[in-house]
Write a protein that binds this ligand. Structure first.
Ligand code: HEC
Length: 492
């Protein structure tokens, strides 16, 4: 290398071979040597251990989620019309598409599991003690962001399960005092769930949250390195005394081994038990029993105990207090004692929380099995999902183009009536464009043949049968009623 500024072989300096010279050239320009030293030579008091692998495995999973996510987004379109079709295309047509989607879906569960293990290890080892408050808080923020990733990702396939679970999830936001309904509308991009909701969730899932997570991971690793590895529970968290071992090679090898094991488990699961996709979301379906992803089941069960005016306690007050308690842990527990058997109170609370979560999750499944109506509906939903998975891919969503008669554009009065039909939530029972659902008959046939007077009277004074079907008397100004009737008449 003819580098005039750096003549090789100054007197007293050892002669470098070609490889060393290239390395030195690069190092002088990039500082790669001190970077590698910084990354790999971190001293670990007491030496490498399997207990320390979880942080690295999480980092690995995040990278894996990013890669699979990028490939999925090559095919995905975040609109109510196309989201489900594009995911069906990934699952049924794209080579390796189902495998890829399953890797991403199982990967998200793996993140939650490994996060819990990481948290458990940090907690039991008292590794948050000794000037590690900010490090702990950054970890809590990462936990929150990961849960938000799982929540936003769940909606994207836009199948029945996704749609109804997210309806429940976003409805919960309206329990927040004062800003609740604004918050809900902010998440949904309106009052109802639709394309705006999907694009908001998509943007959060692929841009905002990953960006924030990336920044926080950097901060978390930096803060960890700044505080230094805490070592085993017997170690002083501020001034370690045990002999140290460097991060490379043994700890790196352990981390890599567990990451490889993780790939194998995710790969086997994705191959032998691919994640399924249900039929496209049908907002008019009033029978659907929504159930969240397994790790949200304890929360779901918990909320059953807080109905009506108590809801705000279960949804807002207690979760907020818990989050504050967990985040503030290093400020509350200031003793430097790290050995778990010397911290019975802290460890007891931790185990109690864990046991509660597991019990609630189990109870949720158990109650579903005990209630025959729910068990039957859940079985029906599973059957519908299996049915959909067996069907060949159909290029355009059958549900939206076949079952809804295309209403050719209406006269202005009927068009105004259509708006009222939707704002009065008639479509919740009678379906979009009055096609009918399992909850109420279609309006497009015989009903539309009735005279305007008769229809107006029916709407103001519903029959016994309509009342029994929970249809309320229509309570709108006279002009709006005329428009509504004109709209129903236009459906014939
Ligand atoms: C909670 C569900 C529900 C909602 C919301 C609802 N309906 Fe109904 N509606 C029913 C049921 C159930 C019946 C049929 C009862 C029967 O005859 O079996 C019905 C019947 C009707 C009929 C009579 C159909 C016929 O030919 O006998 C009309 C018209 C009608 N609804 C219009 C509306 C309009 C307009 C709205 C919105 C303002 C609305 N409904 C909202 C449940 C609902």
């Amino acid at each position: 290398m003819g580098d005039a500024q750096e003549p090789n072989g100054k007197p007293g300096e050892p002669r470098l071979n070609r490889r060393e010279r290239i390395y030195q050239w690069f190092d002088r320009r990039t500082g790669i040597g001190s970077l590698m030293h910084e990354a790999l030579d971190e001293p670990i008091p007491g030496g490498a251990r399997w207990a320390y692998v979880f942080g690295s495995v999480l980092l690995f999973l995040f990278i894996s989620q990013t890669i699979t996510g990028v490939f999925l987004s090559l095919y995905y379109a975040p609109t109510a019309d196309h989201a489900h079709t594009t995911v069906a295309y990934i699952v049924k047509e794209v080579t390796g598409g189902s495998f890829l989607r399953s890797l991403h879906a199982y990967g998200s569960s793996a993140v939650v599991i490994v996060l819990l293990l990481h948290l458990t290890q940090t907690f039991l080892y008292g590794a948050y003690k000794g000037r590690r408050e900010v490090l702990w808080i950054s970890g809590c923020a990462l936990l929150g962001l990961m849960l938000a990733m799982a929540f936003t990702g769940y909606l994207l396939p836009w199948d029945q399960k996704a749609y109804f679970a997210t309806t429940v999830g976003t409805n919960m936001a309206s329990e927040v005092p004062l800003i609740g309904s604004t918050l809900k509308r902010l998440m949904r991009g309106g009052n109802e769930m639709g394309t705006l909701t999907l694009s908001r969730f998509f943007v959060a899932h692929v841009f905002l949250l990953p960006g924030a997570i990336l920044g926080l991971i950097a901060a978390h690793v930096y803060l960890f390195r700044k505080a230094g590895a805490a070592g085993p529970p017997s170690e002083d968290p501020i001034k370690p005394r045990l002999p140290t071992e460097r991060f490379y090679p043994r700890q790196v090898l352990m981390d890599t081994a567990v990451a490889l094991l993780m790939i194998c488990v995710l790969g086997l699961l994705s191959h032998f038990s691919p994640t399924d996709l249900g039929p496209q979301a049908n907002p008019a379906d009033t029978q659907y029993v929504p159930r969240p992803e397994w790790f949200y089941l304890p929360v779901f069960q918990w909320l059953k105990y807080f109905k009506g005016s108590l809801a705000v306690v279960g949804i807002v007050v207690i979760p907020t207090l818990t989050a504050i308690l967990i985040t503030a842990l290093p400020f509350i527990d200031r003793r430097l004692e790290r050995r778990p058997w010397r911290r019975p109170f802290a460890v007891g609370i931790y185990l109690a929380i864990l046991a509660t979560l597991i019990t609630f999750g189990w109870l949720s499944r158990h109650e579903d099995r005990l209630d025959p109506a729910i068990a039957k509906q859940v079985a029906k939903q599973t059957e519908e999902t299996e049915q959909f998975m067996r069907e060949p891919f159909e290029p355009e969503a059958a549900a939206s183009s076949l079952s809804a008669p295309v209403v050719v554009v209406l006269d202005p009065l009927a068009a105004a009536g259509k708006k009222i039909y939707e704002s009065e939530s008639c479509d919740a029972c009678h379906g979009e464009n009055g096609v009918g659902t399992s909850a109420a008959p279609k309006l497009s046939g015989a009903t539309a043949q009735r005279s305007p007077e008769e229809l107006a009277k029916l709407l103001r004074h519903p029959t016994e049968k309509m009342l029994a079907g929970e249809m309320k008397p229509v309570d709108v100004p006279e002009d709006d009623l005329k428009a509504l009737v004109a709209y129903i008449k236009s459906l014939k």
